[in-house]
Design a binder for this molecule. Structure first.
Ligand code: PEP
Ligand code: MG
Length: 931
């Protein structure tokens, strides 16, 4: 048996064997094997790495260098270039790559194979002396730091000295001579630090680089990363080394480089989309040094290559069945594809491409549904600039990520974060952005850059997050230090407000009004497919006819929660509600309830009409009633003020006499006017207005004090109110049933669902149910028709979960109020926890999430599962839903599907998200694990 095979060409590597070849390597094999023009190369396996790390002696494992030499000879043959050949040098890139992508391992080394001789060959090939020396100095630094372990700082110091010597700020301003000096300085440094010259033998360079990659697997950062993220040996063991032929886009006017998407990632349009530069290298595109051209121009500039690029686009999509984001280089008229990955797109583009791909037969409807993250749909609900707004454009950049946003300018990501924490809306304005600005993206309403194209970092990241972005707005001159930006002669400072429109690329001064977005047609198609698949129904939480309209528009299949108290807050109703609360006797209270009844009945009827036969669940009054009264401190302040006023008025009545005593002359002068004022004040006092107001306010204050509770959210609310003031619930029940009867009389169809909040024992439910039965009889008699209805309860307290079996004897439906159930399960006040200790809990990892936002499946979810099981034992057909904030979150929806609930209910704009998530929950049900 010969030595073990460690080296695999891209043609022969097994695409599926990521453990052996690493993720990157397997991908390169895949690309090569489907016929993509990948520059030739090979992979040194993870097995070689493990053998190296496991052996006692130094150097690469026996036989490995022979295999590398053979692979390099093969590359020489295939490229017609020579490794170390002075005229026609073959250069390679060397990259690490484990089964799982992992920061902390070795950086890429480019242009390996350059030395004092081959650099001249590179000049000949590219006709670009500056480029060649730039490549060479980069190789010496990268090789020196990552392969030879010399601190980057030494290289940087040398480079800074050179920049100072030539009086330049940026690397790009250095000329050939300066870069040659850098090469010399770097080589001297290597010699000084390693006592060896920078290796001139390309094979020696390769050998050292491979060894450095292997060692980086056990480097501190890589080890820590594996420990932190629990990456076991099973998942990734050792790193592979990828060696690939360098190709150059800067070898003349028949060369170039670019990045492209197989479809437009902003709109989804099925056309090649991207940018390129002739006679340039990839770095020039990324660094935004030259402004690239749109890829359609290539059709005229290099028609043959444009055709090849079109073919490449089809090959990529047919194989990956996803929109691809790929990098290409043209070297002397030959096209290469260097990298491809699934394209990041905004939601509109994701949806359009999904529908198109289904229509093209490329993917199935199910795959279309699964490829979109439900939360992405939130982007489609982004506002856009009001077309009627009259505004002058300050500057125009590239429309890099659609949507409009206004905010105060900030120039740094950290600043964006700190301002956003204070509740301010900010726009991050930078020359260009970097990956470590990401927190600034999260904190900002939008991003504006003065440099970079539509594929720049800012554009790609903003698009994937659905943040509006205008990039490459060259009319803006940013002075980062001075924290100011000059646009068309106007100086803008931090804190000044601007508006950006990522759909047009326009930038405006100040705030421009925005309008709600339209629902895109494609989304409707996708959501219809989703609805056909889902088992969970998606309802909306809506409290008013307008809310119901919105819910309907977003495709809600009914209303899962109508909070009746919201109807009490309108200006013409609140005083009646307050009088009702202040009433001392039941009769008096009834008088005000009778005034409220028509309002409620009209609202319900309007909601029933909008929902047109779809289920509507109305919850009886829930919050503690003192919430409808003014706050105690406010009232006290007002009463004191009124009393002061009364004293002032009394004092003013004595003013004429006082003045007469002090200065009779002055009194005579104003006697007539004083008399008028005195009369006015007497009249005012006669009306006893102040006294009446004070008495009224004092009565309210007394009631507020009487109703005050230490823990109102755990106090006199929900069904407890319904039991102490049955007339309130009776009025609401009557309003619901009469509205239903009237609607049915008009030809409508429906069965309203009456829901009782905060129930913890069956007896509470029995009490309310008796009232419902009685009222139902009365209404049917009054209208002379049948009025179907359902009776059910919310489950928001732990005892209700534990007694679900009994509660289901009476409840035809139950709805988890997970806002309160979370509060009850954790004993965390839903009012205070989120701004007191929860952030620290999350920071310290004591809790992974805020349970009021992300459903705590392990705790609250477990209670829900038990409740469903026990309730169904009593009443198998019981309808079970969720109406807390969690009802619109994909993870919670997956869980609700898993425990076979009937519906979820959420705020109207989250309905589309929930519909998609419900379909995905069904499609992925087999993979679900409830631990
Ligand atoms: C709940 O508790 O989850 C709920 C929907 O009710 P509210 O938020 O109105 O208390
Ligand atoms: Mg509740």
């Amino acid at each position: 048996m010969g030595p073990k095979k460690y080296v695999f060409t891209f043609e022969e590597g097994d695409v599926k064997d990521k453990k052996l070849l690493g993720g990157k390597g397997a991908n390169l094999c895949g690309m090569t094997q489907i016929g993509l023009p990948v520059p030739p190369g090979f992979i040194i396996s993870t097995e070689a790495c493990l053998t190296y790390l496991g052996q006692k002696k130094r150097g690469l494992p026996p036989g490995l260098m022979d295999q590398i030499r053979a692979a390099m000879a093969d590359l020489e043959n295939r490229t017609g270039k020579g490794f170390g050949a002075p005229d026609n040098p073959l250069l390679v890139s060397v990259r690490s790559g484990a089964a799982i992508s992992m920061p902390g391992m070795m950086d890429t080394i480019l242009n390996l194979g350059l030395n004092d001789e081959t650099v001249k060959g590179l000049i000949k090939m590219t006709q670009n002396e500056r480029f060649a020396y730039d490549a060479y100095r980069r190789l010496i630094q990268l090789f020196g730091s990552v392969a030879l372990g010399i601190d980057d700082e030494y290289f940087d110091n040398i480079f800074d000295d050179i920049k100072e010597k030539y009086k330049v700020k940026n690397d790009v301003e250095l000329d050939t001579k300066a870069l040659m000096e850098a090469c010399q300085g770097f080589s001297d440094l290597v010699k000084q630090k390693t006592k060896q010259p920078f290796p001139q033998d390309p094979l020696a360079q390769l050998e050292i680089a491979v060894e450095a990659v292997f060692k980086s697997w056990m480097g501190r950062r890589a080890v820590d990363y594996r420990r932190e993220f629990n990456i076991t040996q099973d998942m990734a063991n050792g790193t592979a080394v990828n060696v690939m032929t360098m190709v150059f886009g800067n070898m003349g006017n028949d060369s170039g480089t670019g990045v492209a998407f197989t479809r437009n990632p902003g709109t989804g349009e099925n056309r090649l989309y991207g940018e390129y530069m002739i006679n340039a290298q990839g770095e020039d595109v990324v660094a935004g040094i030259r402004t690239p051209k749109t890829v359609t121009k290539l059709r005229r500039e290099m028609p043959g290559l444009y055709k090849e690029l079109e073919e490449l686009r089809h090959t990529l999509e047919n194989h990956y069945r996803e929109v691809q984001d790929f990098e290409f280089t043209i070297e002397k008229g030959k096209l290469y594809c260097l990298q491809t990955r699934n394209g990041k797109m905004n939601a509109a583009a994701f949806i359009k491409t999904s529908i198109d791909m289904v229509n093209e037969g490329l993917i199935s409807e199910k795959e279309a549904i699964l490829r979109i993250q439900p939360d992405m749909l939130a982007q489609l609900l982004h506002p856009r600039l009001d077309p009627k707004a009259k505004t002058a454009v300050l500057a125009q950049g590239l429309p890099a990520s659609p949507g409009a946003a206004s905010g105060k300018i900030v120039f740094e990501a950290d600043r964006a974060e700190s301002k956003a924490k204070l509740g301010e809306k900010v726009i991050l304005v930078r020359e260009e952005t970097k990956p470590d600005d990401i927190h600034g993206f999260f904190a900002s309403q939008g991003i504006l850059t003065s440099r970079g194209g539509k594929t720049s970092h800012a554009a790609v990241v903003a698009r994937s997050m659905g943040r509006p972005c205008v990039s490459g707005c060259e009319a803006i001159h940013i002075n980062q230090q001075a924290k100011e930006a000059i646009i068309s002669g106007l100086t803008l400072r931090e804190g000044d407000v601007i508006t950006i429109d990522g759909s047009t690329g326009n930038v405006y001064k100040g705030t421009v009004p925005t309008v709600e977005p339209e629902f895109v047609e494609d989304l409707l198609v996708l959501l219809e497919w989703a609805d056909d698949i889902s088992e969970l129904k998606v309802m909306a939480n809506a409290d008013t006819p307008e809310g119901a309209e919105k819910a309907k528009k977003y495709g809600a299949m009914g209303i899962g929660l109508c909070r009746t108290e919201r109807m009490f807050n309108q200006p013409e109703r609140l005083p009646i509600v307050q009088d009702m609360i202040l009433a001392e006797t039941t009769e008096e209270r009834q008088k005000y309830l009778d005034q409220l009844l028509p309002f409620q009945r009209e609202d319900f009827k309007e909601i029933f009409r909008v929902m047109d036969g779809l289920p509507v669940t109305v919850r009886l009054l829930d919050p503690p009633i003192h919430e409808f009264l003014p706050r105690e401190e406010e009232l006290s302040r007002e009463i004191t003020h009124l009393r002061d006023l009364r004293i002032t008025v009394d004092g003013m009545a004595n003013l004429p006499d006082t003045l007469k005593l002090l200065d009779p002359e002055l009194h005579n002068k104003y006697a007539a006017n004083l008399e008028t004022i005195t009369h006015g004040l007497e009249e005012l006092k006669g009306k006893h207005l102040a006294e009446a107001l004070i008495t009224n306010k004092e009565a309210i204050l007394q009631k507020v004090r009487a109703l005050s509770e230490t823990n109102p959210m755990l106090g006199h609310r929900g069904v407890r109110l319904g039991i102490t003031y049955p007339e309130i619930y009776t009025m609401q029940i009557r309003a619901i049933l009469e509205a239903a009867a009237e609607y049915i009389n008009e030809g409508g169809r429906l069965a309203p669902e009456i829901m009782v909040p905060q129930v913890c024992t069956l007896q509470e439910l029995v009490f309310v149910h008796n009232h419902v039965v009685q009222m139902h009889k009365d209404v049917e008699k009054k209208f002379g028709i049948k009025v179907p209805y359902k009776f059910g309860t919310m489950v928001e307290v732990v005892r209700a979960c534990m007694r679900a079996g009994r509660i289901a004897e009476l409840a035809e439906f139950i709805s988890f109020g997970t806002n309160d159930l979370t509060q009850a399960t954790f004993s965390f006040s839903r009012e205070d926890a989120e701004n007191k200790f929860l952030p620290l809990y999350n920071e310290r990892g004591i809790l992974q999430h805020n349970p009021f936002e992300i459903l705590d499946i392990k705790g609250v979810g477990r209670l829900m599962a038990i409740t469903v099981e026990w309730a169904r034992k009593t009443r198998p057909e019981v309808k079970v839903g969720i109406c807390g904030e969690h009802g619109g979150h994909p993870d919670a929806i997956r869980f609700c599907h898993h425990i076979e609930m009937s519906y979820v209910s959420c705020s109207p704009p989250r309905v589309p998200i929930a519909r998609l998530a419900a379909a995905q929950a069904k499609l992925k049900e087999g993979e679900y694990e409830f631990v």
